[in-house]
Write a protein that binds this ligand. Structure first.
Ligand SMILES: Cc1cc2nc3c(=O)[nH]c(=O)nc-3n(C[C@H](O)[C@H](O)[C@H](O)COP(=O)(O)O)c2cc1C
Length: 218
């Protein structure tokens, strides 16, 4: 296997501006070369004191993914209960809540994803040193045409996930990222404009491009 970072040659702007959540995957496997490149990009991320606490568990065994998928699905619905959303079936999700509808579909379909990466850390309280590596992973995958979505799991299933995958109890779980070639397209995202979320020099003082941004069609 050869590691060739030059294969990540999509312009950075295109990668960042077309990166969005992909929740429907083709069954095609991801090659070991691509997985390696994606994980090498992940480990290049910064971490506090360069302590590099992030650890990754890559699942590509279909039977394990199927078993993990059942726990993920249970966890997704457990989270709805916590959030006081009284749905118990996909059909009950209001059609205008498209985000929840596609997240619920992912909960059904994740069992067939060709690959799932779990992002963990050695020790507790390390999220801020793990999430940059997850972002690198998402972007590297995008540059290779591979879709992804960062997700979390509910504590209700955590112990069973750890047991299923032999994860030592001292490891902290952060995110679960299914990966696969998209059914559907990458594309633009709906986000607040930067002028809406950024100030300059003093809190509340607008950035110089605020007026231009306000004039842009929403
Ligand atoms: C911390 C975090 C947790 C998330 N959890 C889930 C999840 O459990 N299920 C899911 O389908 N998407 C999840 N997402 C993806 C978000 O829903 C998604 O990034 C957001 O809706 C924007 O969508 P877009 O990337 O398609 O524009 C999560 C994202 C983050 C950053």
């Amino acid at each position: 296997m050869t590691l060739d970072p030059a294969r990540l040659d999509m312009p950075l702007g295109e990668v960042i501006f077309s990166q969005r959540s992909i929740r429907r995957f083709r069954p095609d496997p991801i090659s070991a070369d691509d997985l390696q490149l994606i994980l090498e990009a992940a480990v290049k991320a910064p971490s506090g004191g360069n302590r590099q606490p992030a650890r990754f568990l890559v699942l590509n065994d279909p039977e394990l993914i199927r078993q993990f998928g059942a726990l993920y699905r249970e966890a997704w619905w457990a989270k709805r209960r916590d959030e006081n959303r009284p749905w118990t079936r996909r059909e009950e999700i209001p059609p205008e809540d498209r985000g929840s509808a596609s997240a619920a579909r992912l909960a059904d379909e994740i069992k067939d994803a060709p690959c799932i990466v779990l992002a963990l850390s050695t020790g507790k309280g390390q999220a801020s040193s793990v999430i940059p590596s997850v972002q690198n992973l998402l972007l590297a995958a995008r540059a290779l045409g591979i879709g992804s979505v960062p997700t979390t799991i509910h504590p209700q299933v955590q112990e069973r996930v750890y047991r299923l995958l032999d994860i030592p109890p001292e490891m902290e779980f952060h995110q679960c990222i299914p990966l696969g070639y998209p059914r559907g397209r990458f594309g633009s995202t709906r986000r607040r404009g930067s002028a809406e979320v950024a100030c300059m020099n003093r809190w509340g003082a607008p950035v110089p491009w605020a007026r231009e941004e306000a004039a842009l069609p929403k």
